[in-house]
Design a protein around this ligand. Structure first.
Ligand code: AHR
Length: 508
């Protein structure tokens, strides 16, 4: 029998803007993310423009990728950018020590990254090397990318074929410096951060280069507090401490601790365990944001969740260093739940980057040679894209709990926004593995007289293990959702078990 829930929306109570960068992505030199997944060089068998796969670019443009983080990840703190510029035949071949020990031929470097951003029409988020690079090297990279005038780096850029500088919106100063980025203590990193960021000059006239400081892993609140204590210096020359954003990394490891478990074979208990761990993102953001509030009550500094997603044991038979995994309806739910959480915290969370874009971890696309499939996670990004730059609306849910005792989760999660045309977008997830829920939606009338227009719906629904494969790429796909009926002050609909729904409510 179906459950019941009540969704209340105040169409007049606008909260913060949902920064489009919450829907950002991450591409590391890891496994087949860049090489093969995005960049195929001169491969005559795969259609490409300047080396970028056309099928991948086209699919990514559809979900409106707003920003792309590169080159890592752990790779970033071993990356020396000069290895990746200039004639390709002269570029150094190095060992990718973090990811499988394979040869990195540096054929995809700075120029290629900006070509990818051009084709995707997205912003660039570059992650600099604090762990094993010098201050000078970082400063020169920023000069190389963004300085417009006479300087050694601008001249080198021109010699390498690019006269005009590029635009860099975000610059990360180190990655996971508590781990692969140098195993530093928070106080040590914080001082290093202060030093490095001093020389990351902002040469751009039309935009601010935003500096991202390495934040905590999951629930390491001590890291957040100690780093902010050193870096958030209100007496400095900046009203934002020394940073524009503090990162947070959190992965869902379903089986407990860091034990990962299969991407495709799991029982109902592990289903709820995984979703419960995805919901934990809400507590993490709330608690880190509370610490940030102590230093920055006006919320000038963003919390940037620049690595998130589900991390399973890699696909059997693949290189364990490549982190290639399949993607099921469980991942669609992880994505839907997490993006709803980000939307609701959009006053503080102003960028997030799914790990990773193609062929690595919770990817939106998988490729094999010339073939490509869109994963269930891709379809969630497609349905949620309407929230980008919309205003979050006040909404609340009365919903039952479900799942085994240790892993109780709310049956439903939601977020609601209104776009520039007055269209209200509701995204909802049903976490229940077996129960549909009848949702009574009430448009609160306290502040005015809201009149509903036409309602359009779309849904991603399937059995919890359902996935897209190269043999059956359309097994999980978005279909129309027509079960909405009008009611007094609102409308009714039934959300099936194990599904993600998007409703667009037109103004009358
Ligand atoms: O996304 C894979 C890896 O996870 C990244 O390189 C690192 O930052 C994190 O530990």
């Amino acid at each position: 029998m179906a459950g019941t829930a009540e969704l209340k929306i105040d169409p007049f109570k606008k909260k913060s803007r949902i920064s489009r960068e919450i829907y950002g992505h991450f591409s590391e030199h890891l496994g087949r993310c860049i090489y093969g997944g995005i960049y195929v060089g001169n491969d005559p068998d795969i259609e490409n423009v300047n080396g970028m796969r056309s099928d991948v670019v086209q699919a990514l443009r559809r979900i409106r990728v707003p920003v792309l983080r590169w080159p890592g990840g752990c790779f970033a703190d071993e990356y020396h950018w000069m290895d990746g510029v200039g004639p390709k035949e002269k570029r150094k071949k190095i060992i990718n020590t973090n990811w499988g020990g394979v040869v990195e031929d540096n054929s995809f470097g700075t120029h290629e990254f900006f070509e990818l951003c051009r084709q995707l029409d997205c912003k660039a988020y570059i992650n600099g090397n604090l762990g094993s690079g010098t201050v000078q090297e970082m400063a020169e990279w920023v000069e190389y990318m963004t300085f417009d005038g006479i300087s050694p780096m601008a001249q080198m850029r021109a010699e390498n074929g690019r006269k005009e500088p590029w635009k860099v919106d975000f610059f990360g100063i180190g990655n996971e410096n508590w781990g692969c980025g140098g195993n530093m203590h928070p106080e040590y990193y914080a001082n290093e951060y202060r030093r490095y960021q001093t020389f990351v000059h902002d040469y751009q006239k039309d935009r601010r280069l935003q500096k991202i400081c390495c934040g905590p892993a999951g629930d390491d609140y001590d890291w957040t507090r100690k780093v902010l204590s050193v870096c958030y210096n209100r007496h400095g020359d900046s009203d934002r401490g020394f940073m524009d954003g503090l990162s947070l990394h959190y992965y869902v490891y379903p089986e407990g601790g860091e034990i990962k478990g299969s991407a495709t074979e799991f029982d109902t208990e592990v289903w709820y365990k995984t979703l419960s761990k995805a919901l934990y993102m809400d507590e993490l953001i709330t608690r880190h944001a509370e610490i940030m509030d102590e230093f920055d009550p006006e919320k000038k500094t963003a919390l940037v969740v620049d690595e998130w997603g589900a991390w399973y044991t890699c696909e059997p038979g693949t290189n364990p260093g490549f982190l290639y995994q399949q993607n099921t309806m469980r991942d669609a739910l992880v994505a839907g739940i997490t993006l709803n959480i980000f939307n609701k915290h959009c006053d503080r969370v102003r960028m997030a980057n799914l790990a990773q874009m193609v062929n690595v971890l919770q990817a939106v696309l998988l490729t094999e040679g010339a073939q490509m499939v869109k994963t269930p996670t891709y379809h969630v990004f497609d349905m949620y894209k309407y929230h980008q730059d919309a205003q979050l609306l006040d909404s609340s849910l009365r919903t039952d709990m479900t799942g085994p005792d240790e892993w109780r989760v709310p049956e439903l999660t939601e977020s609601v926004s209104v776009d520039n045309n007055g269209v209200i977008h509701i995204t909802m997830t049903n976490l229940s593995a077996e129960r549909a829920v009848n949702v009574s939606t009430v448009m609160e009338q306290d502040a005015g007289n809201y009149r509903l227009g036409k309602i359009r719906g779309e849904i991603l629904v399937s059995e919890m293990h359902a996935k897209n494969t190269f043999e059956d790429p359309e097994c999980v796909r978005i279909t129309q959702f027509n079960s909405v009926t009008p009611a007094e002050n609102g409308f009714l609909f039934t959300i099936p078990a194990c599904s993600v729904v998007h409703l667009a409510v037109d103004p009358e």
